[in-house]
Ligand binder design. Structure first.
Ligand SMILES: CC(C)(C)c1cccc(C(=O)NCC2(NC(=O)c3cccc4nocc34)CCCC2)c1
Length: 246
């Protein structure tokens, strides 16, 4: 997988991709993150990348030509076709399902807006998809790009070790996570639940599933709606709800 990020802040994006699972995947050449700064493609003496918004009013808009030149250089830098995503509040909300689909592509271009955004004509001609990481005001699209690089990058074959893959599987079965504990077993803040110390792996699996189901029901019932529950899960959730109601 190759990510090409068009951004006015390349260092920020590179730093995000340099640490942890994604950083290691880059070192092992399981994925590549390249950055393209529109300012390097601005042709005037002041390296202008923004312009006053037409129609008046506050704020600036990213100009077409520096972005277009950066995108052209990006497309020419590698053979595979690029799926270009504009990170935007107007985009479809990013989901794990979309992440898993994106992880199958050979190349992804990530266009990051700044100021008030990007000239609409550039978006109409150069962008395949708009995605949003959430409903809040941000200063730029770079955090969205970093989210996609992390979520998609960690799914690349070989990026995760067996333990991490197992964890990823449990995370992405669509439920919230069960509670986690480490040593010490006894602590002023409370004790680790006995079942986790029992060595009874079937009981531990059931307890974790029940906790994940119960917490999802309590905190994110919307996630439960999307997920068909098998017989065991329905029974465990019922048990949780009975205990919770008492
Ligand atoms: C969502 C809502 C609060 C209603 C709203 C309405 C109008 C504008 C903005 C806003 O934040 N505009 C500023 C910019 N925002 C983002 O790029 C951005 C924001 C959010 C999620 C994202 N996912 O990717 C990129 C994202 C756009 C140009 C520079 C940054 C936010």
């Amino acid at each position: 997988m190759r990510f090409d990020v068009v951004t006015l802040f390349p260092d920020f994006v590179r730093q995000c991709a340099a640490v942890g699972v994604v950083g290691r995947a880059q070192q092992r050449e399981l994925l590549q993150v390249e950055t393209w700064n529109p300012r390097d493609y601005a042709t005037d003496n002041y390296r202008t990348v923004d312009g006053r918004t037409c129609g008046g009013g506050p704020g600036m808009v990213m100009l077409i030509d520096p972005l277009r030149a950066a995108l052209k250089a990006m497309r020419e830098a590698a053979a595979e076709p690029v799926h270009v995503i504009y990170l935007s509040p107007q985009g479809a909300r990013l989901t794990q399902g979309r992440v898993e689909a994106l992880a199958k592509l050979p190349r992804i271009g990530l266009l990051c807006g700044r100021y008030e955004g990007v000239d609409e004509r550039l978006l109409a001609h150069e962008v395949d998809e708009e995605l949003s990481i959430g409903d809040y005001v941000l200063s730029g699209g770079e955090l969205g790009a970093a989210v996609i690089i992390d979520a998609v990058g960690r799914l690349q074959e070989g990026a995760l070790n067996d333990a991490q893959s197992a964890q990823q599987d449990s995370f992405s079965d669509g439920l919230l996570d069960c509670p986690h504990y480490a040593k010490p077993v006894r602590h002023a803040l409370g004790d680790v639940p006995e079942v986790l110390l029992s060595g009874d792996h079937a009981a531990i699996r059931r307890w974790r599933l029940k906790q994940a189901l119960g917490r999802t029901w309590l905190r994110r019932p919307d996630l439960l709606v999307q997920r068909a529950l098998d017989k065991e899960s329905r029974a465990l959730l019922e048990e949780f709800r009975r205990e919770y109601a008492q």
